[in-house]
Design a binder for this molecule. Structure first.
Ligand SMILES: *Cc1c(COP(=O)(O)O)cnc(C)c1O
Length: 373
């Protein structure tokens, strides 16, 4: 029996298996791994060690600080920094041999000048915008780049863009983006190309090009929402029940008494709260109950037990009336992520997406990494 109030179990064998599945799907293209945001919350160092051992050689992160952590674990890895080149930051890419993803002509001019001063062309990715309007050159700017002198001062190692709605195969934006990306490729022929995130690998026509960039699905998220999840779960979150109480009809629970018992209920309190990254929006209220809206829940003895009242900083109250008494007791276990409560379901119940649940996983959980399978 674990003594920690809440335990996060991370299955690195499942992470490796998920990468292999995506790698096979991407073949003959290369399959990278996106490990930004501390590998979506599971821990960048164990994730990189596991993925490198599985055969992954290219990694994407958002920040230089994250890229340095990847390089410390896998010195021979190719590491791209997605979030662009901040003014004056080019030198920070040099010694750890990081590749910036350049998303504007200003960034490209700065990287090209840095390369000239540093003695020769260095690799970088060029990000072209195909509809996100967030980062990346327009098609017109890409044309200017291809026709101008700067392209010879650095090494364009990758041409990439990012899909807006790959998880929804019915959204017509993906086809438009794929066509816009093809047009961009014809402006810079011969440069390896990358468009697909994890859901992109499952789109009709598999727009994978030379390199796939999956993130969420590696960590067990469903790249095909609404359809069966092809991935293995990687994270499991369990909390111990601190105490159990009985309340009568009309009694209220938690801050501001947002939920009232419709009948005599049995409640269990667990040591997880919004300070652990569990969204406050998952709290159970009378309004949600009246509207039939699913709220947060945990599994106790296999029974789905809804949250009642507000999610507090450090505590959540569950309605365990329907759960077997031998499980719904002091010291018993409540599963918050795992089994029927997969990441996507937990996100939906909190009014968000599984990505936010995963990347928000708190620092206070006892983390257990199971060895590679
Ligand atoms: C985060 C990110 C990815 C990974 O996306 P997933 O949906 O997690 O697979 C790929 N490419 C870019 C540019 C990203 O920002």
């Amino acid at each position: 029996m674990p003594v920690a109030p809440a335990t996060l179990t991370i299955d690195l064998g499942a992470l490796a298996a998920n990468w292999r599945l995506l790698h096979e799907r991407a073949a003959p293209a290369e399959c990278a791994a996106v490990v930004k945001a501390d590998a979506y919350g599971i821990g960048i160092e164990p994730a990189v060690r596991t993925l490198w051992a599985a055969g992954c050689r290219t990694f994407f992160v958002a920040h230089v600080s994250e890229a340095k952590r990847v390089k410390a674990e896998a010195p021979a890895a190719t590491v791209y920094v997605l979030n662009g080149l901040l003014p004056g930051s080019a030198a920070s890419y040099l010694a750890p041999e990081l590749h910036p993803v350049l998303g504007s002509l200003d960034e490209i001019a700065e990287w090209a000048a840095f390369c000239v001063a540093a003695g020769g062309p260095r690799p970088a990715a060029i990000h072209v915008d195909t509809g996100m309007n967030r980062l990346g050159l327009s098609a017109k700017e890409l044309g200017e780049l291809a026709a101008g002198p700067l392209i010879r001062d650095f090494e364009p190692a990758l041409l990439m863009s990012h899909l807006v709605a790959a998880e929804d195969p019915a959204d017509p934006i993906s086809a438009k983006q794929i066509a816009a990306f093809e047009a961009a490729r014809s402006i810079l022929p011969g440069v390896p190309a990358s468009l697909a995130n994890c859901s992109g690998l499952f789109l009709p026509g598999r727009p994978v090009h030379d390199l796939a960039r999956p993130g969420y699905a590696l960590y067990g998220g469903n790249p095909t929402p609404g359809r069966p999840n092809p991935m293995r779960p990687v994270v499991r979150l369990e909390a111990r029940i601190v105490q159990v109480r009985e309340i009568g009809p009309g009694e209220r629970v938690g801050y501001n008494g947002r939920w009232s018992a419709p009948s005599p209920r049995r409640l269990a309190t667990i040591s997880v709260g919004y300070a652990d990254g569990y969204p406050r929006s998952a709290g159970g209220t009378d309004e949600a109950a009246a509207a039939g809206i699913d709220r947060g829940a945990a599994l106790v003895g296999g029974t789905l037990c809804p949250f009642v009242g507000a999610v507090s900083m450090d505590l959540i109250v569950l309605d365990v009336t329907e759960a077997p008494a031998k499980a719904a007791r002091r010291g018993g276990t409540a599963v918050l992520i795992g089994d029927a409560l997969d990441l996507d379901e937990v996100g939906r119940r909190a009014g968000t997406i599984g990505y936010e649940i995963l990347t928000g996983l708190g620092r206070r959980y006892e983390r257990r990494y199971s060895p590679m399978a």
